[in-house]
Design a binder for this molecule. Sequence first.
Ligand code: DOR
Ligand code: ZN
Ligand code: ZN
Length: 461
Amino acid sequence: MRKHERSAKGKVVGMETDTCIKGAHILYHGEVLEGCIAISDGKIAFLGKEANAPRAERILDARGLLALPGPIDAHVHLRDEGLAYKEDFYSGTCSAVAGGITSVLDMPNNSPLVDSASRLAERARKARGTIVANVGFYSLLPADLNGLRAIAEAGAVAIKVFMHEPRTELPVWDEAMLLKAVSLANRLGLPVAFHAEDPGIIGEAKCKLRPGLDPVSKFVLSHPPEAEVEAVGKLARLLRGLRVHICHASVPRAVELAKGAGFTVEATPHHLFLSSDLYERLGPIALMDPPLRPRELVMALRALLYDGLIDIVASDHAPHALGEKLSTNHVPPGIPGLETMLPLLLNEVAEGRLSLQHLISLVCEGPARIFGLRAGRLEVGWPADLVLVDLRAKHVVKPDAFFSKAKFSPFEGLEFRGRPIGTIVNGQLAFWDGEVVARRGCGRILKPEGQSRGQGDEVPS
Ligand code: DOR
Ligand code: ZN
Ligand code: ZN
């Protein structure tokens, strides 16, 4: 273990740390080691053999658990503000830490929309002091592209474009305009993430719907796989080589087109593990956008994941009130996902289908690399964000017990092997053995690193 032992230079002798996590197995540089992790001032101060560990005020007994870097969920709708009845910063980040997630990136389709530096600042102000996981913010494109610089300077992690519902006054269907917007965002250090569905194909499919269909069937039939393939194909032709991220890819052909253009690709647990036959049994509870796909497509998408073509897995946690989901007219698409993503992926590890290193690449290193975050790494000097998991513990998904306000899930009743037991955010215990124990506000606001933006580290909350 000696070669892996690390400590902040010259600080170990006589150093007193806040907390020492003892007895855990630690995933460090691709190897599982036995040792201890000491935390000081919210940062990792020591990683190594227990005999060499510094003294600590508190000891956390983690025998039998595996310590992993804190996962970053890059696609989360935390809502709050005008949509706080669906989820708020506190309930959403409680849901995150209960699911073993230490950082989330928040989507901008809020009420009001997030499409300016001042809206970003307002949201960050509201989140600070409340959040129990780290939060970074996406912005929509501003109505005037001149606003992009201020958005970058305000610390947005990325720009989000909804191709079928633009939510911006900027004409994003105009190819020249889109190319200009993405190029400028990239020059300012901002990747651009796309919800890629072609509005033309959706519109045509809507016109062809036969009357009398239920709202779920209407939605599924008007969001066919071709809408995603067409949209990603268009982006691949137009934006090849630019810093573009494809959100929630649900169709294998779309993944291939995106990778061919040098884009990064995200997939969700639901598109990877659930198929459209579930609609018969669960209807609106399984409705999200893009909708679940037929079994053959799901199997092929999962094969692309195992083959390493998918960069990250993100939950697309999109909570709604149960009453809205069960409405007979309009059913909003979206499901909560923060509390099921890591358990489901740990189950893949426990069953031997996914390596631990691949898991870390999908939920820690991949998101950190794509969005330029100093997070998702167990290393001395880095923020002490980590999750302690029990790979043997079996657990049945019970949405009633979710910390999210959205207490429903298409994964209800499934049993997963592998469970987050403890979640540590900025060196503070945020979740332990089924309970959120965090001090409100222990999460920090995440801002991207990088010289291109002239930004330093994250701003402490
Ligand atoms: O299922 C979804 N829900 N897909 C989206 O694109 C939006 C999201 C939401 O905000 O509810
Ligand atoms: Zn989306
Ligand atoms: Zn989303």
